[in-house]
Design a protein around this ligand. Structure first.
Ligand code: FMN
Length: 244
């Protein structure tokens, strides 16, 4: 199975093993943008912290915008060649809205009073405790002191600072990005995750507010063999895996 082969119905293992960071895309291949709708719909099935779904996907579809994005991605070939570029964005600023989404779902779906109380408490008490952060990290600083103090006697989540929450949100966005790339591979298409970009300029170009953070920029298209720059080299599993 080669990495650019058209996939009809690949097994999950074939998808995982054949996905590669693709740096060149076929300019002649047909492109149906609907495939991106489908793959993004699969991306939002990804697990994410507290089901907060603090992700946003911005699709760059027009040729001039793709060229501008490629400039902002340090002129990387994968971006310049892409049929479409998807920007995966972390949106910590959406936490109240998304907590409210979960609260309304729970209220509509949960009939057991005990479970309802526990679930509501989670989104009305714990979620605000962790997600309500100020831009200076002052609130988070005091929250961290509090959880570390509470953690003296019993196990406690220590990640209550502003940076901790940013990391947590980025983890979830990256899982959506990964799900998206596998979904795309399942459609016989390719992608290249990028962190080589000027985040300040990309945010400005996309009109994003200061609190939004770019997680990954993903050029997509039909890969070509020249788009794979090296064999897939992985450190052997035995070296990086252990059993306790
Ligand atoms: C978070 C992240 C950032 C990356 N940034 C870039 C990038 O800016 N440019 C690039 O060509 N590849 C980038 N890559 C692709 C990696 O170089 C590639 O995944 C790695 O070398 C392994 O190769 P494979 O994906 O073909 O297995 C990035 C990958 C990840 C996960």
């Amino acid at each position: 199975m080669n990495a650019t082969q058209t996939a009809q119905s690949l097994s999950f293992e074939e998808i995982v093993r054949s996905r590669r960071a693709m740096r060149r895309f076929d300019q002649e291949a047909n492109w149906d943008p609907k495939v991106i709708d489908k793959c993004l719909d699969l991306a939002i099935q990804a697990p994410n912290s507290s089901n907060m779904q603090l992700w946003q996907f911005i699709r760059i579809t027009k040729a001039e915008a793709i060229q501008e994005m490629s400039r902002l991605c340090m002129g990387q070939g994968s971006a310049a060649n892409a049929k479409e570029i998807i920007v995966f964005v972390a949106r910590p600023d959406w936490w109240k809205k998304h907590a409210q989404f979960n609260i309304s779902k729970i209220k509509a779906q949960e009939s057991n009073p005990k479970k309802l109380k526990r679930a509501l408490e989670y989104y009305e008490k714990y979620v605000p405790f962790f997600y309500n952060q100020d831009s200076m990290g002052i609130l988070g600083f005091f929250k961290k002191i509090l959880v570390n103090f509470m953690g003296i006697k019993k196990p406690m989540m220590r990640e209550a600072g502003r940076t901790d929450i940013r990391i947590s949100i980025h983890k979830s966005v990256a899982l959506a990005a990964m799900t998206f790339m596998y979904a795309l591979k399942g459609e016989g298409l390719d992608s290249c995750p990028l962190e080589g970009f000027d985040s300040k300029r990309v945010k400005k170009f996309l009109n994003l507010p200061s609190k939004a953070e770019i997680n990954m920029v993903i050029p997509c298209g039909k890969g070509i063999p020249e788009g794979i720059y090296s064999p897939k080299n992985r450190i052997p599993l035995e070296e990086i895996s252990q059993k306790l």
